[in-house]
Ligand binder design. Structure first.
Ligand code: PLP
Length: 361
């Protein structure tokens, strides 16, 4: 273990500041024994509309329910932060640990765009260490780049937009040697876990005090509309995020919807299996098209595809009402479009549309 010392990573103003405190949380922490019965503290409308009270700021019930789905007895509520999407967790990590103009992040392009957006908002320098030719991290280059002013190193596994899982053991080994926080964005991990039970770093969390794992309700769980993201980390790191988050960051509606979604875990498992099978079928079919140059192997619910003429394919699909993601400007992704795996019908429509594509002579 490198000399990981959280107190030296937290921005001094964040360490000094007092968080917002509600009368209700002060009451709960105060002289016990008396139940809070008459709530005249928060200027809510007292008449019951179903939503007239502020929601639980620390989402106790939902966190307990999420913990039962993970079945890792070492993990507690103190290891879990819930945000308005994982994007909120990314933003708060930058704000908590990166001094504007100084505290840098390391990203590994091609990768998810929000790390860079949040870093730019915070005015945090960005150090880029491209993935290697095998699309795995270049650890020698990472170690060289991860100097004392770097605070956060982002790994995205499976990586967006390339789709491949990053070897979890190698990330853990890097975390042991790094002084800052190692963020592993596992937004697509459920698709990898369907094939590889050891894909996630979550079981390693309690061994690695500088590990932060991001997961989300937006992908396999099918709840992008409710905005619900998870950050798993040591209780000390989670306490920092809780300290600076907006007090009521998750609405009661979102918390309730997330609880409901977790009641359908069997269905989720089935849908993930269907999507993985559809992905592999799509990969096969796409690979046989004469104007497809390469289909990247994927551990997620999308395929990165390199076309001879990506711009022409993109506009052909758009003319048929099919929207895909143009990633051709991303480093190492020249000529590439990212195709999300849809329902079987949608995938059939995609293939039918591509079958009608005629490359320019
Ligand atoms: C989709 C995605 C997310 C999800 O973000 P939410 O804010 O939770 O919807 C996070 N990371 C990556 C890499 C993604 O592709």
């Amino acid at each position: 273990m490198a000399d990981f010392d959280l107190s030296r990573l937290v921005r001094p103003n964040v360490a000094r500041m007092a968080p917002y405190s509600s009368a209700r949380s002060e009451f709960a922490q105060g002289d016990g024994g008396v139940a809070a019965e008459v709530m005249l503290d928060a200027n809510e409308n007292p008449f019951d509309t179903g939503y007239h009270r502020y929601p639980d700021p620390l989402q106790h019930q939902l966190k307990q329910r999420i913990l039962t789905t993970r079945a890792l007895p070492a993990l507690t509520e103190a290891h879990l932060f819930l945000g308005n999407g994982s994007d909120e967790a990314i933003d708060l990590l930058l704000r908590a640990f990166c001094e504007p103009g100084r505290g840098a992040i390391v990203i590994q392009p091609p990768t998810y765009g929000m790390y860079e957006v949040s870093a730019n908002l915070q005015d945090a320098p960005i150090v880029r260490v491209p993935l290697g030719a095998d699309l795995q991290p270049d650890y020698a280059a990472l170690r060289a780049a991860a100097g004392p002013d770097t605070r956060l190193v982002f790994f995205c596994s499976p990586n967006n937009p390339t789709g491949n899982l990053l070897e979890p053991e190698a990330i853990a080994a890097f975390a042991r040697s790094y002084h800052g926080l190692v963020i592993v964005d596992e937004a697509y991990i459920d698709f990898a876990l369907a094939v590889r039970p050891d894909a996630s770093l979550l079981p390693r969390l309690t061994e690695l005090p500088n590990l932060v794992i991001l997961q989300t309700f937006s992908k396999a769980l099918g709840q992008a509309g409710i905005r619900m993201g998870m950050a798993w980390a040591s209780p000390a790191v989670i306490a920092v995020l809780n300290k600076i988050k907006p007090p009521y960051n998750l609405s009661q509606v979102a918390q309730q919807a997330a609880l409901n979604a977790l009641d359908y875990s069997e269905l989720t498992t089935q849908l993930v299996r269907i999507l993985v099978a559809q992905r592999e079928a799509l990969r096969q079919t796409l690979g046989e098209l004469p104007f497809v140059d390469h289909v990247f192997p994927s551990d997620a619910n999308f395929l990165l595809v390199r076309f001879d003429d990506a711009a022409a394919v993109f506009s052909h699909l758009r003319a048929q009402g099919i929207v895909v993601r143009d990633r051709s400007k991303q480093p190492g992704c020249a000529g590439c479009l990212r195709l999300t795996v849809g329902t079987p019908d949608e995938n059939a429509r995609l293939i039918a549309a591509l079958a009608e594509f005629t490359p320019a002579a």
